[in-house]
Design a protein around this ligand. Sequence first.
Ligand code: 3NM
Ligand code: MG
Length: 519
Amino acid sequence: MTKPVVDYSLYLVTDSGLNLPSRTLVQSVEDSILGGVTLVQLREKELSTDAFIELARKVQAVTKKYNVPLLINDNIEVALAIDAEGAHVGQDDISCLEARKLLGPNKILGISTGTPEEAKKALEDGADYIGIGTCFMTQTKSPKRTLGPIGVRTILEALPAESSLKTVVIGGIKNDNTRRVISHSVGANGRILDGIAVVTGVVGAVDAKKASEQLLSEYKAGYDIASKRVQGLVEERASVQDVLKSFSQLLTTLREKSPLVHHISNYVVMNDTANATLALGGSPIMAPSAAEAEDLSKVVSSVVLNIGTLTESFVDCMLEAGKHANAQSKPIVFDPVGAGATTLRESTTRKILNSMHVDIIKGNAGEISTIAKIVGCDTESIAMRGVDSLGSGFSNPAAVVQAVAKRESCVVVMTGLIDYVSDGTRTVAIENGHAYQGRITGSGCMAASSIGCFAAISPNDHFAAAVAGILAINLAGEHAGTRCDVQGPGTFRAAFIDEMANLAPERMLTETRIKSVEL
Ligand code: 3NM
Ligand code: MG
């Protein structure tokens, strides 16, 4: 017998304890195979070897009927007794080398891994595939920590691009996160996950067939996006010149449409960000309650997440709002205020980036630097810190912004004396602005609101939205800062809001100082 060829796309891992009482485990396995499950693992932690063999034979009757490979969790004796297609072992079980010895060369062998080192060892030890986990919190196990797509990506990147070791992700994989996990975990080495391994998402579903169909279709959609990313296939993008031309039109549209912009903001700037939104032409809704997030996602046009004055309830609300905004395809602007300052802020930033697709990230040099670290972007090699005359601390801030944007497939804005905006391909430096903006609190948060307003009316071009948002704020800053009635930060703050409302679309183009950066 030769080693079976395995399709890992949708890997069902069973759990009798979680199986709904309305059907037998065997029935639920059959239903899920009919829904598209491509590989089954029988995972029984409580059964004696004899009882395990008895159940395995029943399950095998079904998997054989549909020609789907069956793997046995942990117990090699059971795998051999029923001549299953292979086995899966955990880090605390029998070693991969031992398991291989017992199984022989023609059985499928998989091992659970949670670190790059474990993944590399699995490859050396002759595993056919690795389960990468735990991705998200799960009731099925009690994980010490979760990896998220960012952690999964780090493990994929530890593997040689050309190795034949297959990879599946496990832990909290559901219909509503599969696409993002697959598309977002693509390694810089071009590795894409070969499948998703699911327990509750199938075993706990009322209709296991339908749940499997949906999961498989989400996996395929994610794979599609991922392979386009690997091939560098990006859609045609407007040139920076065209973006600039559209800028005054965007402001006009913003005022005509007055879109609702959902803010989960902080106590210090809530009033300023709401007023800035209004002054620019949007309609702010300040709603920091998780219970409102789903309802709001249906009526708002964009979401701004700001992690200043962070509390646990803000975190819950942001995660909930992000999930629903993604589901409704509403753009998300993320303002990682003080991201590196505390453990809570750093872990929240990681959670946000892991659990939703953020469309635009806006931060200062320190915040973007923290984000670069979280997403595994090697800024040291792109631009040394501490040798820059422009105040960002990076010798080549534009390159850092572009690299983070490329890595996260989103638009990144880094504010400072000069502001940088990049979508990973197009990168610009914006020189407009006034020193007073740095002397009041909330200027940066208002910039995020401004970007949120423009993203609301430019849902398909977030780069244009970010450029327009930054330009609008900076031009208002210049107008206010040079007014003769402005005496200091206090009067500037009022004038700043006034000048946002006074922005005239037709003047905007002539005043912009923006440069395309070629890297
Ligand atoms: N192994 P669910 S997580 C069996 O991290 C298993 O190795 C994991 O269950 C690992 O799909 C996990 O219900 C449970 O979240 C996955
Ligand atoms: Mg185990």
